[in-house]
Write a protein that binds this ligand. Structure first.
Ligand SMILES: [Zn+2]
Length: 688
């Protein structure tokens, strides 16, 4: 029995019991004494438009595809990576050690990034073994902190100077930023006061060294990394109420930023992000601090600057996969073939979570979904044990450790900026899946799952669906205690779903608008049923520049890609006609297999298989996501159509179809007239 049927068969009584358990577990820690310097922690001037709805009562139980991914990441990476790479923590044990080990400038980030992703995945899985592993991890981490708050690998005279004994540059402040974020997330979920204390000691160290000395933090160099503590200092201020952390954050934004990326002023002046002084991906973590400054001060310039930067990246630097960066930075061209680094797509999603919290715009959630289903699933091996450095639009997915052997260091052979970061891409589902605006629950996540949120009462939302294989989603609304309670659900209607059908207990809901939230306010009864049918018609992004004559094909949020049979010549790559794709969804009973696989007709009438972007590259085979498609109209970028995509009128709604028991990947054997292609395709299929 797979997880899907586990969920489907779970009785209502079992659901209530599960929710009760979660409520009991997550209420622990409420009585733990806070480190708060100021008892009154009302430090926020503005409250986020949306916030995570699940912080008080979370129950994420995924089925099928997502469950497999999360379990694999948890079992084959998060639980084992620290033991297999003892330097992840061991590098902090003796910073004065001689001769000094040769670390990377960012080696000190590994522990913090690992903890951040792991805490977020734990929010989704509630895996007790992972929780115990992290307990031990945090215990050891905080014990390694020096008395002055330092938690890095370098000797005293180099600490937070931007230099290291055997490196011209060091990212010490950046490394501490990531440790602070990990510790604060762990504290948020567990109430573990020693984690908050350790984060605060880092904050104290930063304040001792830099507060009241404008420009001193920028002076340590590498400003796109070393100014990122602005973000963690804001979070620390919210957790403790200690004003010095806010003061240093403000100093960074007002006095240090202008000496580095100058993010606020350049945005207010209308410059595109790629035109700013530091358009590297690491800057996105500093920019998250700008959104936090808006909550803390209410000053509109911060909100205006942040929103400008986010839209600039969507328009000019978010690729067709939802991934961000071309060669580790913004270039102003979504068709640029430069590397799309794993860390960059993660930073992009984290920035998008902030944008969603800021604006409550459902299109931001659409963006998060596209990035997750394509760029993030694409960089992560389904074994859970490796990720890529670069997940190109066209190309091959190669494990980071194979691609960049130069990053290997004794004791941390498997660790790199990306490998310690990759779990976070999935963990962030916990940030945006189910949110609240204080009065309603906002459903952004569609997929087989049980979501639990809390308004005045706890509410379970049980989804039964194979989305994104099809657009049919059944949501059972399960309020506790269960009857006649009025509250509001807001359902995300993706901008690409032009004709969405929604019914409550069989009764159609009118005025469902794409690119918005459908507001459903009623007295909900136990087991009320919402049925949704998202419009999964194909939509196409007509390429420009490097992809002038190519198009990307989307099935809902899923980018379709072509697995190139070995030895296929470029002129033999199939050509499609958008007015006559004749697509059929191929059945799959295997949750480890492709989650979307379709057969199409090319212009010669040959049946060609296209897969979801993730699956197309999963086995290391060459793939293409920019394809030659005739009759695709060009749509301009807009804030209501950020994918620049258009459905082509005659595209049929796609229905499930069986392909005569064939291995679907062998469909290409029907191609004519090239017999040699037939042999190659069959050979390729036999390897699968
Ligand atoms: Zn990286």
């Amino acid at each position: 029995m797979n997880r899907h049927s586990d969920l489907s068969n779970m009785s209502s009584t079992a659901l209530v019991l599960l929710l009760t358990m979660v409520l009991v577990c997550t209420s622990q820690g409420a009585d733990i004494e806070s480190r708060s310097v100021h008892n009154d922690k009302k430090v926020m001037v503005k409250l986020p438009t949306f916030s995570r709805a699940t912080d008080a009562s979370v129950l994420f139980t995924f089925g099928g595809f997502w469950d497999n991914y999360l379990r694999a990441i948890s079992d084959n990476w998060l639980k084992v990576a620290p033991d297999r790479n003892p330097a992840m923590l061991g590098m902090f044990a003796d910073p004065e050690k001689e001769p000094h080990p040769f670390y990377l400038p960012w080696s000190g980030e590994f522990a913090g990034k690992h903890l951040t992703g792991a805490v977020q995945v734990l929010r989704l899985t509630k895996d007790e073994e992972l929780r115990n592993t992290l307990n031990r991890f945090v215990d050891r981490l905080v014990k390694l902190q020096l008395e002055n708050g330092y938690l890095g690998p370098w000797p005293k005279e180099y600490q937070l100077t931007g230099k290291a004994p055997n490196l011209p540059v060091a990212w010490d402040a950046w490394n501490h930023y990531h440790i602070m974020i990990g510790l604060l997330l762990w504290y948020e979920d567990t109430g573990d006061i020693k984690a908050l204390n350790a984060a605060a000691k880092i904050g104290d160290l930063l304040c001792d060294k830099f507060l009241g000395k404008p420009g001193s933090m920028a002076a340590i160099g590498e400003t796109y990394t070393n100014l990122t503590p602005v973000h963690s200092l804001c979070l620390l201020y919210k957790a403790t109420g200690d004003h010095q952390y806010f003061d240093l954050a403000r100093q960074i934004v007002e006095d240090e930023f202008p000496k580095g990326g100058d993010y606020v002023q350049t945005a207010l002046a209308g410059k595109e992000f790629y035109q700013t002084p530091q358009p590297r991906w690491e800057s996105l973590h500093a920019i998250m601090g700008i959104a936090e400054m808006y909550w803390l001060t209410g000053e509109k310039k911060y909100r205006q600057a942040f929103e400008h930067i986010w839209w600039s990246i969507v328009k000019l630097d978010r690729h067709n996969t939802g991934g961000f960066s071309s060669g580790e930075q913004a270039k102003g061209n979504p068709y640029d073939p430069g590397a799309i680094e794993t860390c960059c797509s993660i930073a992009w999603s984290a920035l998008s979570v902030e944008m969603l919290r800021l604006t409550g715009n459902s299109i931001v959630a659409d963006e998060l979904e596209v990035t997750l289903m394509n760029a993030i699933c694409g960089y992560q091996s389904r074994t859970g044990s490796w990720c890529t450095y670069d997940t190109p639009m066209d190309g091959v997915q190669v494990p980071f450790t194979t691609f960049m052997t130069g990053h290997m260091r004794p004791g941390s052979e498997e660790l790199s900026c990306c490998t310690v970061n990759s779990a976070r891409g999935f963990g962030m589902i916990s940030d945006w899946a189910l949110m609240t605006d204080g009065e309603s629950l906002i459903v952004n996540w569609y997929g087989d799952s049980i979501l639990s949120g809390k308004l005045d009462i706890p509410v379970l939302l049980k989804q039964q669906t194979d989305y994104p294989r099809t657009g049919h989603i059944l949501i059972k609304v399960l309020p506790i205690p269960g009857h006649g309670l009025e509250f509001t659900l807001k359902l995300r209607i993706p901008h690409w779903s032009k004709k969405t059908r929604v019914a409550i207990n069989g009764e159609a809901v009118e005025q469902v608008t794409p690119g918005s939230y459908l507001v459903l306010t009623r007295k909900w009864k136990w087991d009320d049923k919402i049925e949704m049918d998202l419009d999964m018609s194909l939509h196409y992004w007509a390429g420009e520049k490097q992809y002038e004559d190519k198009s990307s094909i989307y099935y809902g949020p899923v980018l379709l890609a072509y697995r190139v049979p070995e030895g296929l010549k470029s002129e033999e790559v199939p050509v499609f006609d958008a007015t006559n794709m004749n697509g059929r969804l191929i059945e799959s009973e295997n949750t480890d297999g492709p989650f979307v696989q379709m057969a199409f007709s090319d212009v010669h009438g040959n049946r060609i298989s296209l897969l979801d972007f993730d699956s197309a590259g999963e086995d290391g085979q060459h793939y293409l996501s920019w394809l030659k498609v005739l009759n695709v109209p060009r749509s301009a970028f807009s804030k209501t159509n950020p994918l620049r995509s258009s459905a082509v009128g005659s595209t049929p709604a796609l229905g499930e179809a069986k392909v005569d028991g064939q291995n679907p990947l062998a469909i290409e054997a029907d191609r004519k007239p090239s017999d040699h292609l037939k042999k190659k395709s069959l050979a390729a299929a036999s390897r699968l």
